[in-house]
Design a protein around this ligand. Structure first.
Ligand code: FES
Length: 158
């Protein structure tokens, strides 16, 4: 039997986490290839909609990487990211979705090793958790409630 391989979408700040990922590559720190990276200018550019869309589209986890507190190149973007992620996690918890599939980590441009270790740890934890449920829940909702709603619309238009 093949081991479950989680898909991770990573939103990385251009100035720190993205460069940390680059350094991990040039330093030959190995990490699992489960990541698809989206570069943001700052972690403060993260919108909870991006994270939800990634989870709904089948990501098993989302990693948001930014500069350490105090090092944001746009002064306080990482604090904004921290608040948004906290709100998102509260919402996920309230609707019964595993909030620990969303990670926010501070990784500096000089921390290639930390980047590779973070990815390896996230992949290991997601393998243990198994596939994310949001995509299947969303499909199920569309097939059931979504159909009922479209049926209601069809009836009301007659
Ligand atoms: S520039 Fe990196 S978190 Fe803002």
């Amino acid at each position: 039997m093949t081991e479950f391989e989680p898909k991770i979408v990573a939103f990385l700040c251009n100035w720190c986490a993205y460069r940390g990922a680059d350094l991990a590559g040039t330093s030959r720190f190995h990490y699992p290839p489960n990541l698809r990276v989206i570069r943001l200018m700052c972690s403060g550019s993260i919108d909870v909609v991006y994270v939800l869309k990634a989870l709904l589209d089948g990501a098993d986890g989302v990693l948001i990487g930014g500069c350490h507190p105090g090092n944001c190149h746009y002064q306080n973007g990482n604090y904004k990211a921290m608040r948004r992620v906290q709100v998102l996690k509260n919402v996920l918890r309230q609707v019964g979705i595993d909030e620990d599939r969303v990670w926010l980590r501070w990784i500096d441009a000089s921390e290639g090793k930390l980047f590779s270790e973070t990815v390896a740890q996230m992949v290991a934890e997601l393998r243990a958790k198994g596939p994310g449920s949001m995509r299947t829940s969303w499909q199920l909702w569309q097939e059931t409630a979504g159909c009922q709603l479209s049926g209601t619309e069809a009836r009301s238009s007659k």
